[in-house]
Design a protein around this ligand. Structure first.
Ligand code: HEC
Length: 489
């Protein structure tokens, strides 16, 4: 008996053990995908449970198991951007088949068994591969199976006309009506390229009672009507790239709700993406065959008592904006263009997802509440120059602006009740007029306290606030630093 046939004899007995897909899964996959298939370390890794990547056509999962996967991938509504190392070199074909058979039939997954022969033929056909796949490559070869959506009794209607805004469908007759049994809203079978509109009507099955979030993006116009109430609307002509996407919140009781989507294609490209999140869920589900760019929040926040800094476009201020999120939930945005703190707010600081994951265009609004827009215009004379900011040992900023031979120092920090601002001038010379707000006129309340708009109270130590023409200013003397504290009502 040769060594080889001896080995295969042993393999026969070993195979009863080796074919235990569950055990092999624990050995080779569960460290990352979790023993329960939900993704190890609390979902930091993508799930195999409920993943469309392991459903349908088995080629997709076989290729990933053999050669790994890297780069952005959307699994069950969440985007990951990680690296799965190739497993093919260490796991033989029959074991990969057993693992995938197990994965495809566990945790609620319901897909057919995978044979060792299929793994073998795919390995042979892809033997020149050395790099992990990207999701894009895999999807070109093996598109994900479309799941039935939460829409039932869905009917689509096509209308034709040269509209530039959403027509009044009640006045129109559809040129075709179709039933969409998979509940998927799709433009793939629209007969036209331009100048048409579509309406989908059906029932949305809400799995539980609570607040639902819907996200809509479209090229060009679209409207979502839930329970006969317009919930989200995108007007006019424009691309579907996330910049025109809108979200809407609606409270639904568990059960079915009338659901209507109107779509208008004016000219150029066409597209519609509509997703929803169940109450307290973190993942998007899609009612369309297209998905909108993912935008999960990435909170930016003070860490270990040090303020967080955000240096990207912030909505409500100028391009050269510098945000500081102080511990305790008090936040400012200083404009280096206008030489003034233009926004102050409480609660969450900024959501980094927009600029960090999508290299997004556009402005990100403050993530928190009680936003007060203090100023919108340049606060100091034209000759004044921004000289940057310095951080003290705990990370609190002092912005410095050169005004002639003097330097204005504007430092900010927070305590548990609000923001503390110290203004001083280094260098001698005359007093400087400082704009505290060009949007709000302070009203004196008691002692050194003033109301600035309806949200903010300001206490001033070392000067008095002056108001004229809806603006609030103070006079800063070179020898007399001033302290202001900002509290929210
Ligand atoms: C070292 C960690 C690690 C191991 C071990 C691992 N994976 Fe993965 N797997 C990942 C990561 C990370 C991704 C996502 C990669 C990306 O972001 O592009 C992934 C993605 C996948 C996907 C596609 C996305 C999904 O969640 O459905 C499948 C299928 C998959 N792995 C199957 C397996 C199987 C089967 C095994 C065991 C044979 C395995 N993986 C072992 C880390 C791992």
């Amino acid at each position: 008996m040769t060594y080889r046939s001896l080995f295969s004899l042993c393999a026969l007995t070993a195979s009863a053990f080796a074919q235990d897909g569950g055990q092999l899964f624990t050995q080779y996959c569960s460290a990352c995908h979790g023993a329960d298939g939900k993704g190890a370390t609390g979902g930091a890794f993508p799930p195999l449970a409920g993943s469309a990547w392991v459903a349908g056509d088995a080629d997709r999962a076989i290729k990933i198991a053999l050669y790994g996967l890297h780069g952005p991938v959307n699994v069950a509504g969440k985007t990951y951007n990680l690296e799965m190392p190739p497993q093919g070199a260490v796991i033989p074909d029959d074991q990969i088949a057993a693992i995938l058979t197990f994965v495809r039939s566990s945790w609620g997954n319901q897909a057919s068994a995978v044979s060792a022969d299929l793994v073998k033929s795919i390995r042979a056909a892809t033997s020149d591969r050395s790099m992990p796949w990207t999701a894009e490559e895999i999807l070109k070869l093996h598109p994900l199976p479309l799941e039935k959506t939460a829409l039932s009794s869905l009917i689509s209607q096509v209308y034709q006309g040269p509209w530039s805004e959403m027509p009044d469908f009640a006045q129109l007759k559809p040129i075709s009506v179709e039933e969409e049994h998979d509940g998927i809203i799709s433009l793939s079978d629209s007969p036209f390229k331009e100048s048409f509109a579509m309406v989908w009507e059906g029932k949305f099955e809400a799995p539980s009672t609570g607040e639902y979030i819907f996200v809509l993006d479209a090229d060009d116009a679209a409207r979502v009507i839930i329970d006969n109430e317009p919930t989200i609307e995108i007007d006019g002509f424009g691309p579907m790239n996330g910049t025109r996407a809108h979200r809407g919140k609606v409270t639904l009781t568990a059960g079915t709700h009338p659901f209507r989507v109107e779509y208008l294609q004016i000219k150029g490209n066409q597209g519609i993406a509509l997703g929803w999140k169940a109450p307290a869920s973190n993942s998007w589900k899609w009612l369309t065959d297209k998905t909108a760019p993912q935008r999960e929040p990435i909170p930016i926040a003070a860490v270990n008592g040090r303020p967080a800094i955000y240096r990207n476009f912030i909505a409500g201020t100028t391009p050269r904006a510098i945000g500081f999120g102080f511990p305790g939930g008090f936040n400012i945005c200083y404009s280096a263009d206008n030489l003034a703190t233009e926004l102050v707010w409480t609660g969450k600081f900024m959501d980094g997802a927009h600029h960090w994951t999508e290299r997004g265009s556009g402005n990100e609004p403050p993530a928190g509440e009680n936003v007060v827009n203090l100023s919108k215009n340049r606060a100091l004379p034209v000759a004044a120059k921004f000289r940057g900011y310095k951080l003290d040992p705990t990370g609190n900023p002092t912005f410095s602006v050169q005004v002639g031979s003097q330097t204005l120092l504007d430092s900010w920090q927070a305590d548990t009740s609000g923001l503390i601002r110290k203004l001083s001038i280094s260098g001698s010379g005359k007093a400087m007029k400082i704009i505290i707000s060009d949007q709000l006129a302070a009203k004196s309340t008691t002692g050194q306290e003033y109301a600035l708009g309806d949200k903010l109270l300001v206490t001033v130590d070392g000067a008095v606030l002056e108001t004229a023409k809806g603006k609030t200013t103070l006079k800063l003397d070179p020898a007399k630093p001033v302290t202001l504290t900002y509290h929210w009502k």
